[in-house]
Every structure is written in C-alpha cells, then in structure tokens.
Design a protein around this ligand. Structure first.
Ligand code: PXP
Length: 244
C-alpha cells in the first residue's frame, strides 16, 4: 500500500508479554512480520537501558530479517550509540529515558541538552542512519532540532492523547503548528505516543506529518482481534483521515 502517511508499528509490548515468562513466546520478530503483512510501513523498537522489553538479540534478529525499515528508539548514551552504529537501522529516534518511568514521559529537552545531543546526531547522521528527535510540539524544541541538524522530529502526542475537550483541541493546534514549522524548515515531522483508534484521525489529518509510530494500543487490541486486524484497522483510519 502506498500512502503519504506511514505507519510504524512499535512491538515493544509483545516483548513485555514474552518477558513476563522469560521464554521465547510471543516473539516480537514474528509480530513484526504480522504487522508488515497487515500494512505496517516500518517497525519500531525501543531498546531500553534496563532491557525491560526489547533485548539486544531482538534488535539483531529484527535487523537481519526485516524487509521493511527498522526504527530504533534509543537514549542518548554511548552504549546505545555503539549498538546503533553496529546494527545500522534505517532510523534512530533519540528519546529521553528515565529508569523509574513506566513509558517515555514527555519529549526530549533538545534545547537544554544541545551540547550533549550534538555528537549523537552527528555520528548517526554520518552513518546514514536517519536521526529523529522525540520532542514536544514546541517551537523552542524545533529550533533546537534545526540547530542540531536532525532530519526528522517525532512529536510526542501523549499530552494530546490524555487531554479532552477544548484542552485537546488546543494541543492538536500545537501539534499542527509544530508540524508546519518543522516542514517549513526542511525537517520531516512524525508523531506518536498514546494513539488509538479513537484519537488517531485528527493527528493523521495533519498534512505535514509523514509517519505515526504506534505500539501499546495496537498490541493491546491484538488480544481481542489479532495483530493483523488491529494494524489493518489503524492503517485504514489513517487513510480515511488523509482522504478526508
Ligand atoms: N514513539 C516514541 C518515540 C515512543 O517512545 C513510543 C513509546 O515507546 C511510541 C512512539 C509509541 O507509543 P505507544 O506505545 O503509546 O503507542
């Protein structure tokens, strides 16, 4: 399927279920193949410092076997940089990471951490890995991404997903203004976090957004309908948003 809006399926929580029993089932690589068969354009996996879900071996197997692009989510640490440079995924999304958090809470402070992030962006760029910075939809952070030379930003949609009513509308406006600002400056905007069948359409309708990365909801929904059906339905809602 070709579309101007790509779907990256995050398979971290397939690994969460596997790790609950410490064996090999369910295998996130098998999930990646099912997601690709159902219309995913790419696979996203976050190798966390504590390896609570995806493992080093998962990354090696995904890189070896996938025929669609792999997007590695990583903290800006020397260990993760070395892993990214060894496996050379299609893309690497730099995310903030705290050990005690349940999920990635809030975007990277690209503005405040410019000096720390600069060598990571440079080395990933030099290795032809498409670097993305996971940031809040905030002009200050976009300005930092421009100065850092990141070709892609991914806007954190967690706030949008958790708000309701007028607050959600205001956050959607912030996302849409941020996507326009990034695109105007030659940066490709992506978005993700907390997206579901119920809230995806307005984000998918933002014309400059080129990719959505969605995980937890799709894996949860797969319990009821199967992963292929869950991914296919998300894909068709995204198409619907684009066509409207
Ligand atoms: N994008 C990034 C950068 C993330 O860190 C995550 C969560 O790991 C996602 C997208 C997917 O979020 P969710 O699992 O809530 O769909």
């Amino acid at each position: 399927m070709t579309s101007s809006l790509r779907l990256g399926v995050n398979i971290d929580h397939v690994a969460t279920i596997r790790n609950a029993r410490g064996g090999e089932h369910p295998d996130p690589v098998r999930a990646a193949f099912a997601a690709a068969a159902a219309g995913a354009d790419g696979i996203t996996a976050h190798l966390r410092e504590d390896r609570r879900h995806i493992t080093d071996d998962d990354i090696a197997r995904l890189k070896d076997r996938l025929t669609i692009p792999l997007n590695l989510e990583m903290a800006a640490t020397e260990e993760m940089l070395e892993i990214a440079l060894r496996h050379r995924p299609h893309a690497a999304c730099i995310v903030p990471e705290k050990r005690e958090e349940r999920t990635t809470e809030g975007g990277l402070d690209a503005a405040g951490q410019h000096n720390h992030l600069a060598p990571f962006v440079t080395r990933l760029n030099e290795a032809n890995i498409r670097v993305s910075l996971f940031i809040e939809p905030d002009p200050r952070q976009i300005d930092a991404a421009i100065r850092l030379g990141a070709p892609v930003v991914e806007f954190h949609t967690g706030r949008y997903a958790h708000l309701g009513g007028e607050d959600q509308t205001a956050e959607l406006r912030r996302l849409s203004d941020a996507a326009a600002l990034a695109a105007k400056n030659g940066i490709e905007p992506h978005a993700g976090h907390g997206l579901t069948f119920d809230n995806v359409i307005p984000v998918a309708a933002i014309p400059q957004v080129k990719e959505l990365n969605i995980g937890h909801f799709l894996v949860g929904e797969a319990i009821f309908t199967g992963l292929e059906a869950s991914v296919a339905r998300m894909r068709s809602l995204m198409e619907e948003a684009r066509d409207a």
